[in-house]
Design a binder for this molecule. Structure first.
Ligand code: PXG
Length: 464
């Protein structure tokens, strides 16, 4: 058996990595000089690197390892499916058992009339599907001019041409451009942008930008609005309580389609199966990936409601699909993942145990001199670093300088906690226990202390 083992010292692995491996979203020449940290194995919430460090993974990989690492049941499901039917497509009037079973299971766990699944290989692919799907929907409805999709600044929807265009990140648009027919409104980021307003008033202000944009474009030109229930990659921006109800009111009033991008918030992350349930959102389409398989296999998809599925199915072929749509091995693994989520009551664990336990400690981090606000929904949270809490000031240094320094302290202390600008974010595996939360908080506090000491020593505790 060709088992990949490590017979090399870390430095040699790093040199090979630098010579041949192009990392995503990375300054590869800077990384080449420094050397990547190389992960070797993982179990539960713990990673082990090639130097033997045990690292607590506060990010569940890339927001995806919901059931934790190293569950043998998923390996067994994959092996069994590879032997039974390693691949077949679902294009030309054929189907297979894993795709059927998974679609039915997703329809069972998804809320309301979201009963139909179009499979993709990732979240980006699923959002590309969504662009084509909503435009096709309006073609069939006899309103082909309804093509514009409204999305949000600092949203993240993937990095294919479609996903990257839906996302509102200038850095992504700068590399390769942006497809036509997608416009962005502001994000509900009260901490940075709310000024003197209350969070509730600011939530309404941002939501009403949707109405203004619809009127500006003409409702006859607008196909859909897409948003993450909670912006993840944008810094775990949990919207004010007024935001989603107002978005829903506007979407309903103008009859445009609503896409909830649940790639991060799906499958238990917010303490319900879907973030839409946590925030009272009624989408026509949900994007899923990540937690669908807990990252054990690449798989994503669009969950479509009865009405949209019926329209799409009423007018011949929808000319779209991927070789690996509903891949049988990925589907079998996702099915086993959902079985574990259900039978081990992991969503309930988030809601009743892990969230309340973490929230008490997370909130207490605002006592730290560097931390302005702490936010947490389910098991996705963020803290804002600031030189002056009273005024919610930004640092005088370039945005991200302080966040990066804090992340480097976390990394050195064997805690994966990321930064987005000067916000620190966490999204640990959903199975994290109270004892492990204690360790995470202890390491986070130590890292914040060290970061703070360094900032003071270097004269960086200055407001912009
Ligand atoms: N939608 C959302 C809400 C996501 O978070 C995607 C779509 C795209 O999924 P794929 O499977 O194509 O990556 C994502 C992915 C980060 C980071 O820096 C976040 C993601 C991906 C890569 C980096 O936090 N989210």
């Amino acid at each position: 058996m060709n088992k990949i083992t490590n017979h090399m010292p870390t430095a040699e692995l790093q040199a090979l990595d630098a010579a041949h491996h192009m990392h995503p979203f990375t300054d590869n020449s800077a990384l080449a000089k420094k050397g990547a940290r190389i992960m070797k194995s993982a179990k539960g919430v713990w990673l082990t690197d090639t130097e033997g460090h045990r690292i607590i993974d506060g990010m569940a990989g890339l927001w995806c390892v919901n059931i934790g690492y190293g569950r043998k049941e998923l390996a067994t499901a994959a092996a069994a499916q590879m032997e039974e039917l390693s691949y077949y497509n679902t294009f030309f009037q054929t189907s297979h058992i894993p795709a059927i079973a998974l679609a039915a299971k997703i329809a069972e766990v998804a809320p309301g009339d979201l009963n139909h699944v179009f499979f993709a290989g990732s979240g980006s692919e699923a959002n590309d599907t969504n662009i084509r799907m909503v435009r096709r929907y309006w073609d069939i409805m006899g309103q082909p001019e309804k093509r514009v999709i409204i999305a949000r600044t600092n949203g993240y929807h993937g990095s294919t041409m479609g996903g990257g265009s839906l996302g509102g990140m200038a850095g992504i648009h700068a590399h390769g451009g942006k497809i036509a027919g997608i416009v962005h409104i502001g994000e509900p980021n009260w901490w940075e942008q709310g000024g003197e307003m209350t969070p509730e008033d600011f939530g309404l202000l941002r939501a009403r930008e949707l109405e203004r944009m619809i009127l500006q474009l003409g409702v006859e030109n607008v196909a859909a609005f897409i948003g993450e229930p909670v912006q993840g990659a944008g810094g775990v921006i949990i919207p004010p309580s007024t935001y989603w109800p107002e978005i829903q009111r506007i979407v309903d009033k103008y009859g445009i389609l609503l896409i909830a991008d649940e790639v991060i918030t799906g499958f238990g992350r917010t303490g319900n199966w879907f973030g839409s349930q946590t925030f009272g959102i009624k989408p026509h389409i949900m994007t899923i990936a990540k937690g669908l398989s807990s990252g054990y296999q690449p798989i994503g998809g669009s969950i479509v409601n009865d009405h949209v599925a019926e329209v799409l199915g009423s007018a011949g072929d929808f000319n779209h699909g991927y070789t690996y749509s509903g891949h049988p091995v990925a589907a079998a693994v996702a099915l086993e993942n959902i079985r574990i989520l259900q039978e081990e009551h992991i969503v309930e664990h988030v809601r009743d145990v892990a969230h309340p336990y973490l929230w008490a400690k997370w909130q207490a981090l605002t006592d730290h001199p560097l931390v302005g606000e702490a936010k947490l929904v389910g098991l996705m949270g963020s803290i804002a670093l600031t030189p002056d809490k009273a005024t919610r000031a930004k640092f005088a240094s370039d945005t991200g300088t302080v966040g990066y320094r804090c992340r480097e302290r976390c990394f050195a202390n064997n805690l994966i906690m990321r930064h987005v600008g000067d916000r620190m974010i966490i999204s640990p595996p959903l199975v994290i226990t109270p004892e492990e939360i204690d360790i995470l908080i202890a390491r986070a506090t130590k890292s914040l202390d060290e970061c703070y000491a360094g900032l003071k020593a270097d004269g960086l505790m200055k407001s912009a």
